[in-house]
Design a protein around this ligand. Structure first.
Ligand code: GLV
Ligand code: MN
Ligand code: MN
Length: 417
């Protein structure tokens, strides 16, 4: 594991070798030469390579491999039609220049945990599945968790078909180019109804476990979060000849909105980030005609989140009046607060055999989307940098292996009672 700090502590799970091998094999996929981090975007070549890896691991173990109507990949041990299936997994796609762990840790650990159970000789009494949900990060089409949202009926096929990437390629076109059928997408409620429990293991996206000194924790809740597109309409003009007082410069209004977002979020104890921006015409010597900024905002409760976004919109609009810039705001996605089912959460925590931290998170997950239809829980693995959505995201090798053991214990407790 080239970017995992190796410091073996305690007995390694018997799935350790397979974890390390799989990790090594997946590590170069989607890491272009010269790029700062991973670029595993939905329906790209890197995504296809990740998918081929998943299929290979499933078939090498003799699991039944399946791709659902929305392009999510499944590997079954036992017959899912029997129902009450225990499912684990996560996603393999990444944000732009993302880290190695967000997503893949959950999928690699899932295969390794089942290897561990086989090595223990555990007899499964419930079918078990591993899933790779498609397009979790929404890096390409702007909407997160497209695969799980479609499956859960939280995104209509019509709305999904309208999604476009930065080059104007539609989601159906991208799926088609990748060899998938976009006409098939839609709710998959029967499949979800067969799932008795979904447990997603994920790297922690913060430092709570590092501070508490625990390699593994359990999720309590996911903060409500959403994405809003702010369009600032100004007037294109010459950067060298237009007097400052004659300008209608949308970049100025946008800059003020960024500062307002920071201030409003700070005052409310929330989070607000403009992390993506597009400028037209995007010339060094031209005042822009349009600046488009995407706001990601999150808070502990939905009322606070709504209030913060409204305040940012008001501040941007007011400033727009002064700058002669029109501001329009479009909500592109919203995910309500998720409180993980207490019974499963407590059961999972008990199966770990020792007290572990129970943590909320501001990060979105497929587990959060599924939690509306399926009993769902999450395990977090310590991340000493606390950094995520960046190549600085890291988990030590012994913590990854502790995660494999924890997931194996949980799957064993659920599927081999
Ligand atoms: C996904 O990781 C998100 O929280 O946006
Ligand atoms: Mn992520
Ligand atoms: Mn993730």
């Amino acid at each position: 594991m080239s970017d995992v700090r190796a410091a073996q502590r305690g007995p390694a799970p018997r799935g350790a070798d397979s974890f390390l091998r799989m990790w090594r094999e997946l590590l170069p996929v989607g890491r272009e030469a010269g790029a700062a981090g991973y670029r595993r975007y939905a329906w790209s070549e890197a995504d296809a390579a990740c998918r081929a890896w998943f299929q290979g691991e499933a078939e090498a173990r003799g699991f039944t491999y399946e791709v659902d109507r929305n392009g999510n990949q499944w590997a079954w041990l036992g017959n899912p039609a029997d129902g009450d299936v225990v499912v684990t997994g996560s996603h393999l796609d990444s944000v732009p220049d993302g880290g190695a762990f967000d997503g893949p840790l959950g999928v690699v650990s899932a295969f390794a945990a089942l290897d561990e159970l086989r090595a223990r000789g555990s007899a499964l009494r419930r079918p078990v599945g591993i899933v790779n949900f498609g397009d979790e990060e929404g890096a390409r089409f702007g909407l997160a968790c497209v695969g799980s949202r479609l499956a859960a009926g939280q995104l209509t096929p019509e709305a999904a078909r309208e999604l476009r990437d930065a080059d104007g390629v539609s989601l159906p076109k991208a799926m088609e180019r990748a060899g998938y059928d976009p006409d098939a997408i839609g709710p998959d409620l029967e499949r979800l109804s067969r799932i008795g429990a979904f447990v997603e293991l994920h790297i922690e996206q913060g430092r709570a476990l590092d501070l508490s000194g625990d390699p593994v924790g359990v999720a309590s809740a996911i903060w409500p979060h959403g994405r809003w597109r702010f369009d600032f309409h100004g007037e294109a003009n010459h950067a060298g000849t237009t007097r400052l007082e004659d300008r209608h410069d949308p970049m100025l209004t946008f800059a003020n909105a960024v500062l307002a977002a920071r201030k409003k979020a700070r005052l409310a104890g929330a989070l607000a980030t403009f992390g993506k921006v597009a400028v037209e015409p995007n010339g060094v010597n031209a005042i822009p005609s349009l600046v488009r900024g995407w706001l990601d905002s999150r808070a502990a409760d939905e009322e606070t989140l709504a209030a913060v976004v409204e305040e940012i919109e008001c501040a941007a609009t007011e400033r727009g009046h002064r700058d002669g810039v029109g501001v329009t705001v479009t909500r592109e996605s919203f995910t309500p607060v998720v409180e993980f089912e207490h019974a499963l959460r407590d059961h999972v925590a008990k199966l770990l055999g020792r007290p572990v931290p129970v943590l909320p998170t501001g990060a979105g997950h497929d587990a959060g989307i599924l939690s509306a239809s399926v009993p769902t829980a999450m395990l977090f693995v310590r991340n000493p940098t606390g950094v995520s959505h960046s190549p600085a995201e890291v988990a030590a090798e012994d913590d990854c292996l502790a995660g494999v053991t924890a997931l194996a214990d949980v799957l064993e407790g659920l599927a081999c009672p």
